[in-house]
Structures are given as structure tokens and as C-alpha cells.
Design a protein. Structure first.
Length: 404
């Protein structure tokens, strides 16, 4: 049985960044020489991309023998450090493996399937994966989903729903979070976790994210025009948006649509923000200069240190729902919630608890001093028109209590 492997070096771009492309090319040359010595026949090795290689092992046997062969490649070619500019450079790689004839009868077919296995291995953070038929099916489904998403933006199939954020004491609405929904023809309502990753992979998240901000501004404008007590609107921002040099200008254009320039907040996931902390701080400061309030979402699940947190120009910490859901049953989760609330107030930050689903959770969070609650127990996400009705009802109750 013949086996074809595709090998992709991990984080090789960082080598170019540190040592320069000349030294990076030298490292690839030395690795190629090692691989050639391993396979012995040059026709069994090909460099198919900047840092990707395809290898053919004519006597691969079954999958167990193919794994042993891959481990031998790792031992002979990757584990020994490469001397580069006076430094010992250690390389690592992920592998996708396809077997002949089960996975394909032609060289090109085997290569495509090995690349599919490699892509899945990288997504799953596995050292290697064998090709499986469902990988092709998944790739075809992803291709179709990508096509549908492109049409969704053009065909106005996206919609915003708004979930109320309520004061921990009294439960008055003090803000709303804009949540993206997709009305997919033939499927109905599709939730973000089913399509946002594909938007990011296709690069459409920037365009869709800008649409979200504009639509939230339009909805807020309509609430105010109707005489309603329109709360602040928070929108979620992708790391791809935040990394764009023109993002602050895009936000400024949206703010110009609002009657109240400080009516929009931006939420950024903690772990995503910390991935490129210095450039993130620069962009966040630009946003603060525009009057935008910034919330650190899913706080407690990332790895921001106190030193970095002190540097971040944020105004709100959002306690991740995983802690809120377990806080009444697990001491560790309760301690985490207490710590976040104490830390935030020490730094003069507001605290929002996500995923509040019971009266007991709401009561305990209020007792601990949490400022704002968000979750199904208080309010489910609503379309803009339905939220307007709720705002109207709340305004009516406020007037009645005031007259009383």
C-alpha cells in the first residue's frame, strides 16, 4: 500500500519575522536536504507551498505502519535542531495522510485528500490525521455554506436581535447587546455559532461586522425617534475587524448616524484581544477617543494578567456564563465570580454577568455587588420591533410609578 503525506511546518512565518526571509529560506533548504536523505528518491518529495511538503512512501503498509513512518520522519528530520544565525531552531509540523488505493487512485487525488486531512488536523490541533470520507463531505458543505453566506449579505437575510442588560437591583434595562441572526431560505433561523466561523474563514466577517454596527445604529435611531428611552447598544467585534487600520474610521462613520454619539459600546473577547495585545491597545485607545465604551467579554476564560488589564482602556468586564452557571454549585466558580467583581470595582470598572438563567443566580450576583445582569431569566433576545414594545411598556410603568 502506498501512502502520501502532506507536512505543514507550524508557525514558520514567525521564523521569517525574527530572522528574516533569507534565513527562513536557508532553514527550508536544510530541512529539504534532511527530507531527501530520508526518502532517498527525489521523485518521492515535493515542496508544494511556502512551508508545505508532500512525501510518498511506496511501502507504507497499513495505517499503523504509516504512523511509524511519519514518526520516523519527525525523529530524523524535525527533532534535530537547525542551526540558524547562531541559534538552535526547533521545527514542528502537522501531517495529513492519504492511503492508496483506498483514498484515491491518482497522485492528484491522493494529494487533495492528504491536504484535506492536514487542514482538519490543523483545525483540531492534532499532530496528524488520516483522510476520511467525511472530510470531503465537510469541505463540500463548507463550500456551499460559504456561497450561501455571500448571498445572505447581498440578499438582506441577516437580522439583529437584542438581549436586554438589566440593573442587578430593580432590573431596569440599562443596555442591550446586538446579536446576529441569519434567516436562511429553506433552513429558517440560524444561530451565530453555526455560521460566524465560516464568515471569519472567508473574510466576510469584516463586511458583516460593519453591517451589524450600521444596523444597530439605525435601530437605535428609530427607537429614539419614536420617543422611547433607547438604551446603549453593544456590538461584538471580531479580531479581524480590530486589526484593520481603518476600523476606527468605520466606527466614527457609524457614530455619526447616532443621535447620541456615546450610545454604542464594543465587546471584545478577552482571549482574542490578548493574542496581539500591543496593537489592540493602540486601536482601543482610538475607539475611546471617539467616545466608545469597551467591554472585555468572556472575562476569566483568557489569560490577561493584572499588568495588561491595567493597560487596557476598557470600562466593563463581562463574567463568562460558564462561571455564572456553576457558581451556586461549585466553590471554585463562586470564588472566580467574587474575584472578578472585586477586581473590577477596585479598578473602577463595571461588571456584567452573562448567562443568568435563574432567580437564585440573579439574587446572589446582586448580593455580591454585580452591576448588570444579562440572561434568559431576565430577557430573551428580541427583534428590534419587539424590543421597542418592551421599552414602551417599561417607560409606561416608570411614568405610572412616578405619578403614584
Amino acid at each position: 500500500m502506498l501512502g502520501r503525506r502532506v507536512c505543514d511546518l507550524e508557525n514558520f512565518e514567525s521564523i521569517n519575522d525574527v530572522f528574516g526571509r533569507g534565513e527562513g529560506d536557508q532553514a527550508l533548504k536544510l530541512l529539504t536536504e534532511r527530507l531527501l536523505r530520508h526518502v532517498r528518491d527525489p521523485s518521492l518529495l515535493a515542496r508544494i507551498g511556502g512551508d508545505q511538503f508532500a512525501l510518498v512512501l511506496p511501502q507504507a503498509g497499513g495505517e499503523d505502519e504509516a504512523v511509524l513512518g511519519m514518526e520516523q520522519i519527525r525523529h530524523d528530520c524535525l527533532d534535530p535542531p537547525i542551526r540558524l544565525d547562531g541559534n538552535d531552531l526547533c521545527l514542528s509540523a502537522k501531517f495529513g495522510i492519504a492511503m492508496h488505493p483506498d483514498d484515491g487512485a491518482t497522485a492528484m487525488g491522493l494529494l487533495e485528500r492528504a491536504e484535506s486531512a492536514l487542514k482538519r488536523a490543523k483545525a483540531a490541533n492534532e499532530a496528524f490525521l488520516f483522510y476520511r470520507q467525511e472530510m470531503t463531505e465537510r469541505a463540500a458543505a463548507a463550500l456551499e455554506l460559504g456561497s450561501r453566506l455571500r448571498h445572505a449579505l447581498e440578499g438582506e437575510q441577516f437580522e439583529l436581535h437584542y438581549q436586554a442588560q438589566c440593573a442587578a437591583r430593580g432590573h431596569a434595562i440599562v443596555g442591550v447587546e446586538a446579536l446576529l441572526r441569519w434567516h436562511c431560505p429553506g433552513q429558517g433561523m440560524v444561530l451565530p455559532n453555526q455560521f460566524v466561523p465560516m464568515l471569519e474563514e472567508l473574510g466576510l466577517i469584516v463586511e458583516v461586522g460593519n453591517w451589524v454596527m450600521r444596523q444597530a445604529a439605525r435601530d437605535h435611531h428609530e427607537w429614539l425617534s419614536a420617543g422611547l428611552p433607547a438604551p446603549r447598544v453593544s456590538v461584538n467585534v471580531s479580531p479581524l475587524q480590530l486589526r484593520r487600520e481603518d476600523f476606527a474610521q468605520s466606527v466614527a462613520a457609524v457614530l455619526a448616524m447616532l443621535q447620541a454619539e456615546t450610545a454604542m459600546d464594543i465587546e471584545i473577547v478577552e482571549s482574542q484581544l490578548m493574542a496581539d495585545i500591543d496593537s489592540s491597545i493602540v486601536m482601543l485607545r482610538q475607539l475611546r477617543e471617539l467616545g466608545v465604551s469597551i467591554a472585555l467579554d468572556d472575562f476569566g476564560t483568557g489569560y490577561s494578567s493584572l499588568a495588561y488589564l491595567a493597560r487596557l482602556p476598557v470600562q466593563t468586564l463581562k463574567i463568562d456564563r460558564s462561571f455564572v452557571s456553576r457558581m451556586l454549585d461549585e466553590e471554585e466558580a463562586m470564588l472566580m465570580v467574587e474575584m472578578i467583581i472585586s477586581l473590577a470595582h477596585t479598578m473602577s470598572l463595571e461588571v456584567v454577568a452573562e448567562g443568568v438563567e435563574t432567580e437564585a443566580q440573579a439574587g446572589k450576583l446582586a448580593e455580591l455587588g454585580c452591576d448588570v445582569l444579562q440572561g434568559f431569566w431576565l430577557a430573551r433576545p428580541l427583534p428590534a420591533a419587539a424590543l421597542a414594545d418592551r421599552l414602551r411598556e417599561e417607560a409606561g410603568r416608570t411614568r405610572l410609578s412616578g405619578n403614584g
